[in-house]
Design a protein around this ligand. Structure first.
Ligand SMILES: *[C@@H]1O[C@H](CO)[C@@H](O)[C@H](O)[C@H]1NC(C)=O
Length: 438
């Protein structure tokens, strides 16, 4: 997302589609980008209802893994890297990568402390973005997990590693070489340990602008490419034009998980979704076959159904939100469905209150990006019941890109249904946990 209001007008003129036809579309774009939204802040009844999670810098994604009762996230090590090198925001100063490296973190929802995992057998930069966490199918539940993570590496054909990631003028002369060569990293983590072991990297030319991951098994996963264009004017057109369904979701299978495998060896890739504008966050849904695909600038959540042999994804229902949204999540209510407590399971969607401002704020480490978090439930008759669960003017949390709920035992809340909502942002100094009513 990188758009300014004058450009909105410019593109619409450029696209030269009859205005009357476009009008409802324009209204929707104006709403989703938050052009007229005034940032607001939820008042908390007690200061204990808000916790800043220390050491969680620029974590774009967060997952709650119920069997181990732990949260997993991928973050940067320093506030410097994201504002220098982050291909998803078209930031390409690779020399900042000499200064710091991202990592994987585990958050204990009881203490709200983040622990950085030591990455075994892993070298080189780690520029973090979307992740997924699935149990090791060969172990008892909650014992060990595979962690999949996007890593936005600089392209060695463009930057010379030997010179500390300076542009290699000889190699790039007269060639349209992409600056990034993003790949997927697969790690293995024994729950409770302080380490994650690198299993292998996965790269294929079709993995261009990876954003998020949905793992089906240790050797099979989906990846969204959020854009077709990596930078430049056409990328901005792609951001703003709802008809720009040029990005896709890939189905990827790797034939072996041995450390010696080259990133590109034994990688089978197939496009499974190519009908969604700005495919962005992915999440596991209500059932095993339900995949949630967020359209970021589209402000919509798309419900896909996965079929196997051959793998395919059928995209069906769409839930429209009144803001840009990023990584979706599905909250499974462990205390719901009893006579005394209704089932509060539902979809949680974090996003930007004013995506319209991002083209400016993304350059400013002290900028403000207000956030909104939606909570959506489908009633028996199929109607959506969507409400704002949390919002902030960016003073407590900036640029929300993922949010997950962790339920609180009603016995500890005088029978009230409450939960800790973890909200994280791709350019937020920290993640927060905030107590909310369900
Ligand atoms: C790129 O990052 C390096 C290291 O932080 C910094 O010295 C340099 O000024 C940056 N270059 C640009 C063009 O911002």
């Amino acid at each position: 997302m990188a758009i300014s209001s004058t450009r909105v007008a410019l593109y619409i003129a450029l696209l030269s589609i009859p205005f009357a036809y476009l009008y409802p579309g324009i209204q929707r774009v104006v709403t989703v980008l938050g052009v007229f939204r005034t940032p607001a802040t939820v008042q908390l009844t007690s200061s204990e209802d808000l916790v800043y999670v220390d050491g969680t810098i620029h974590c774009e994604d967060v997952h709650y893994h119920a069997p181990s009762h732990k949260l997993f996230t991928a973050c940067e090590d320093s506030p410097v890297t994201r504002f220098g090198w982050f291909p998803p925001l078209a930031k390409f100063n690779a020399s900042v990568l000499n200064q710091a490296r991202g990592g994987l973190f585990v958050i204990d929802p009881v203490t709200k402390k983040a622990q950085k995992l030591e990455l075994e057998k892993f070298r080189g930069p780690f520029v973090t973005h979307g992740i997924d966490v699935i149990p090791d199918p060969g172990k008892r539940e909650g014992e060990a997990v595979y962690i999949f993570a996007v890593n936005h590496l600089p392209n060695p054909e463009f930057y010379s590693y030997a010179s500390g990631y300076q542009v290699d003028p000889e190699a790039t002369a007269g060639k349209a070489v992409p600056k990034a060569r993003s790949q997927i990293e697969i790690f293995y983590h024994k729950v409770g340990s302080s380490k994650a072991q690198h299993i292998r990297s996965v790269w294929h030319p079709a993995i261009k602008t990876p954003n998020d991951i949905f793992a089906l098994s240790p050797q099979h996963f989906l990846v969204t490419n959020d854009h077709y264009y990596r930078e430049g004017l056409m990328r901005e057109v792609e951001d703003i034009y709802p008809g720009a369904k040029w990005s896709n979701t890939l189905d990827i299978e790797v034939s072996d998980l041995s450390k010696t495998a080259e990133a590109s060896s034994g990688v089978k890739v197939k496009v499974v979704v190519d009908s969604i504008h700005n495919n962005n966050g992915l999440s596991h849904g209500r059932t095993e076959n339900e995949v949630l695909i967020g359209s970021a600038v589209g402000g919509s959540l798309h419900f896909g159904s996965i079929s196997h042999d051959p793998s395919s994804v059928q995209v069906g229902d769409i839930l429209y939100l009144d803001s840009a949204i990023d990584n979706p999540s599905y909250f499974v209510d462990p205390y719901g469905g009893t006579a005394s407590s209704a089932d509060k399971s539902g979809y949680v969607l974090a996003g930007l209150g004013r995506a319209i401002d991002l083209s400016k704020t993304k350059h400013d480490p002290h900028g403000k990006d207000p956030v909104v978090v939606w909570y959506a439930k489908k009633s028996e008759d199929g109607a959506w019941n969507t409400r704002l669960l949390f919002e902030d003017d960016s003073s407590r949390i900036r640029s929300a890109s993922a949010a997950v709920l962790v339920a609180i035992d009603p016995a500890k809340e005088d029978g009230k249904r409450r939960a800790w909502l973890y909200v994280t942002g791709f350019i937020s100094d920290h993640m927060i946990a905030v107590k909310v009513d369900l």
